[in-house]
Design a protein around this ligand. Structure first.
Ligand SMILES: O=C1O[C@H](COP(=O)(O)O)[C@@H](O)[C@H](O)[C@H]1O
Length: 256
């Protein structure tokens, strides 16, 4: 098994989300055969939420023992609980409210009206990650990390040409003055994201083509953050044809 980045192209967004959902359900069965529990990092964004909707719509959804799954977030918008901008709320509506996952296995980043300021909320999430880490570690073994990719190449809330994308230490960072609203966010670091056994990037649409092409063709991750993302075992870009327009030919795979 090689750890090269792979790009799998799908006809359109519905085909993409259905395909990722099917792979997720299959891989989850394997993970739960191998491990007592599995840890999955969720993303916000249109395609990431579409994948969760497709998992929810799958007839295989109820074959999973969801009580052994833990869900985390790669980033969150620091807005009040219930704000439609919250990645958490979107993920709950798309999937988490429909499956038998214990409440304690859904590890949300704090909302802005919970009494913690932005810095304290980031520290609280780092503490929560550490509670599930192997001895001496800072975060659990992430089995699958989903990431969307913005038109500027951002992943989670690691935006181009900002300090957070180059940060070397720690698991969680507060983000202020985000170039994409809302301005305050919380994000996992590149180190935490790249610790995942598998990183599955999901993106669709013509506005993503340039960032994806640059990210795969060797751009600096400071300028195009997606360029700096690589899982420990597998890194797969699930894309539609429009987003794939500028992908280097040699990276396109026909199989997973
Ligand atoms: O703000 C965010 O945007 C990105 C990408 O979103 P998309 O709608 O352009 O796919 C997402 O990955 C991130 O989690 C989110 O907070």
């Amino acid at each position: 098994m090689t750890n090269e980045r792979r790009v799998l192209i799908h006809a359109d967004k519905p085909a993409l989300t259905a395909s990722v959902a099917a792979r997720f359900l299959t891989k989850t069965v394997d993970l739960l055969d191998e491990f007592e529990v599995a840890h999955v990092v969720l993303t916000g964004g249109s395609v990431g939420i579409g994948v969760l909707e497709a998992i929810n719509a799958s007839s295989a959804r109820d074959t999973i023992d969801w009580s052994r799954m833990h869900f985390w977030w790669g980033d969150e918008r620091f807005v009040p609980a219930g704000d439609p901008e919250r990645n958490e709320g979107q993920a709950r509506a798309a999937l988490l409210d429909h499956i038998a996952v214990p409440a304690g296995n859904v590890h949300v980043m704090a909302a802005a009206d919970e009494g913690l300021d932005l810095d304290a909320a980031a520290v609280a999430y780092a503490d929560e990650l550490r509670r599930y880490a192997p001895e001496g570690g800072d975060w659990p073994r992430f089995d699958i990390t989903f990431l969307g990719v913005g038109p500027d190449g951002h992943v989670a809330s690691l935006f181009p040409d900002r300090g957070e994308v180059g940060a070397k230490d720690g698991a969680v960072l507060p983000v202020r003055d985000s170039p994409k609203p809302p301005p305050e966010r919380i994000t996992l670091t590149r180190g935490a994201l790249n610790s995942s056994d598998r990183v599955w990037l999901v993106l669709a649409g013509p506005d993503k083509a340039s960032a994806l092409g640059l990210g795969l063709a060797g751009a600096s991750f400071h300028e195009v953050p997606v360029a700096g993302i690589k899982g420990r075992k597998r890194t797969v870009f699930f894309v539609d044809q429009e987003a794939a327009a500028e992908v280097p030919e040699n990276l396109i795979s026909s199989s997973y």
